[in-house]
Design a protein around this ligand. Structure first.
Ligand SMILES: [Fe+2]
Length: 244
């Protein structure tokens, strides 16, 4: 499986505190069947502005450190871009893209879709960048009516669901929305959004729910084929990235 959204790197955000905690997470992900993981620290985190160059350097150095621990995972760097900052990053061509070079992970404020969402999507389209929207099941608009996601799909966005939401990791409303989105075949891929190794059990439970909900063929599509397409990597390899 390929994970498009995971807080695997230590000390960059609300993920693991140190490399040993990262290793525990990586080993848990490997045990569940992941072979490629994109580390996606929040961007920005704890500051209103961001130094993209420093973020990239720090991320790549940490990935090298993790590779030395031989966890079996191929790890690439991406980022969970906060939507408020995306216009500025689009303008400066500073997004941390997936290897495909046109897709990027983006989250909305917890309170809901940004007020100027249409402007943001239009701007991304003009710049030939494709948003990959994180944990769509968490947003109140989606919990109210999943059909609102068609608006994002029509604009070319890819939609992600957190597997652990299926096991109730967030809220009951998010759990129901996650199931509804998957049943309606509106999600393009699922991911871990793992922050700590202690969440592995819930993730495993979520995978059980997912398999029951969508069946084996769709499970494969959501965890491997589509993530490979969205990230622009081979299903069994990650060209140009550190291979542990
Ligand atoms: Fe996240």
């Amino acid at each position: 499986m390929i994970d498009l959204h995971c807080h695997l790197l230590p000390g960059m955000d609300d993920g693991p505190a140190d490399l040993a905690a990262s290793r525990d997470m990586a080993e848990g992900l490997y045990r569940l069947g992941f072979r490629q993981v994109f580390a996606t620290p929040h961007l920005p985190w704890a500051t209103p502005t961001v130094n993209v160059r420093a973020f990239r350097q720090q991320g790549e150095a940490l990935i090298e450190d993790l590779a030395k621990l031989k966890t079996g995972l191929k790890i690439g760097l991406a980022a969970e871009h906060y939507s408020d900052l995306v216009p500025e990053l689009l303008q400066g061509d500073d997004l941390i893209l997936f290897p495909r070079r046109d897709t990027f992970l983006m989250e909305f404020p917890h309170g809901g879709f940004p007020a100027r969402l249409q402007d943001l999507l239009f701007m991304a389209q003009v710049k030939k960048r494709i948003p990959v929207i994180a944990h769509v099941e968490r947003y109140p608009e989606v919990q109210k009516d999943i059909q609102v996601l068609n608006l994002l799909k029509e604009r070319g966005c890819y939609l992600l669901v957190n597997v652990s939401s299926l096991a109730g990791a967030w809220t009951r409303a998010a759990q129901s929305a996650a199931k509804a989105v998957l049943r309606a075949d509106l999600a393009d891929a699922v991911n871990s959004d793992l922050h700590h190794a202690k969440q592995i059990d819930l993730l495993e439970e979520g995978f059980g729910v997912l398999r029951e909900l969508v069946g084996d063929a769709k499970f494969q599509q959501l965890t491997q084929e589509n993530p490979a397409k969205i990230a622009g990597v081979e299903e069994d390899g990650l060209p140009g990235q550190v291979d542990s």
